[in-house]
Design a protein around this ligand. Sequence first.
Ligand code: FAD
Length: 467
Amino acid sequence: MTQLVWFRNDLRIADNPALTAACENPGTVRACFILTPDQWQEHDWSPARVQIVIAHANALSGELARLGIPLSFIQAERFEDSLRKLQNHCTELGVETLHFNEEYGVNERRRDKTIKRRLDDLNIRVCKYRDQTVAPVGEILTQQHEPYSVFTPFSRRWRSWIDETRPGLLPVPKARGGAVIPEKIDTIPDAFRNAPPPLVPTGEHAAHDQLERFLEERGGDYKAQRDFPAIDGTSQLSPYLANGVLSGRQCLLAAQQAQGMGGNQEGLVTWINEIAWRDFYINILYHYPRTSMHRAFKPETEALAWNPPGEPFEAWKTGNTGVPIVDAAMRQLNQTGWMHNRLRMITAMYLTKNLFIDWRLGEAWFMSRLVDGFLASNNGGWQWSASTGTDAAPYFRVFNPVTQSERFDPDGDFIRHWVPELARLDNKRIHDPGAKGGVIPKGYPRQIVDLKESRKDAIARFQALKN
Ligand code: FAD
């Protein structure tokens, strides 16, 4: 009797509930991964992300092969035909049970319901598992059994759930007979060929090395350093977490171990809190499907009349707004596929408040560039910045990108690196070269909007929603 594990957003063999459950059965265990390039394009996946997903899937195929579990790559286009192909695959292999870990986007949930219905008709069992979060999705609820829509109480309950439950990790399953020859994908779908060089090395071992190194060397200083983009102060684990090469539980337990070994508690507690943010946004996606259907969490904000994107949007996308910190960040994104969290907030707020351009356009642009594009966190971050989401930044609290720049890139190192036109300016002028009649270096644009006026205008437009 064959057990089939369908890998999707969980590209690892350690701490993988679907794989572990399949391996608890005595029969043959097989695995598959389905490539759906047209669907990925529709979901705005970036070339950087697709390339890293394929590289991780190849690494996974190698790890599974060592355990005696062959992984097949199935070529499809969109979710619809992936299901037909998966169904045929199950029939050909005589699959008894299909195992997979849940995903929470609306299209993914529809896809999973459809395959369950179809396999039920063929008497093939479907078993799904809650893997993506530390506390199983849907488990962290208010006393009234409602989902939380504010982060702080969610995180309090999340932490007490961890203390009560003490979640553990699932080990790598035992090898099932001799190793097999791994199948590999060696072509990148056409639409995704053009990507920046990989940001992080491929595979589960590399992910664990990076986690350990971060906790040992920088975890303790995380609280003090995490907001400064010129410092390597964050873990850069997001490309692994976004594709399930590393689980949130593995991160939590490693951080708790570092705490037990006397690491700087403040830094580690702050870092664990970021894992809670990730879980929070996944829960939001699960409980409020509209957030994955291009709808605002706060329905009243649907009435905002956003500006037409036009040239300002192009300037933002290419890093030519005349606000150095915004331009440096957007250029970092375009050239590497990654952006520091502080800068994600600054650039998102600048787009939605100063340029008053619809957050959905920014969300899609980020997704189409990010190597760690992850629907729940990207949507959560964008709606937070645009004041349309849960726990949103109140609409009247608008970051001033120049002040943010002075505070979080005080010596202008980050700007100098990404905006070489400004490299010769002193530490003060670099944040706002045109201020007080300053001469703007040749080749660098003047600010495309007035920061004060546009801030006032945005607040007024939000206030008008109340009338
Ligand atoms: P660390 O600071 O080391 O944090 C560790 C992990 O915690 C991260 O890898 C991530 O998985 C999680 N995390 C940290 N901050 C957040 C947060 N605010 N929300 C949710 N999870 C968090 N994160 C993504 O993984 N994918 C995205 O597509 C994404 N888009 C974003 C868009 C906007 C507008 C904003 C404001 C934030 C977005 N984030 C996204 C969250 C955050 O910016 C990144 O997770 C973080 O910068 C990744 O760097 P790191 O791994 O060094 O994080």
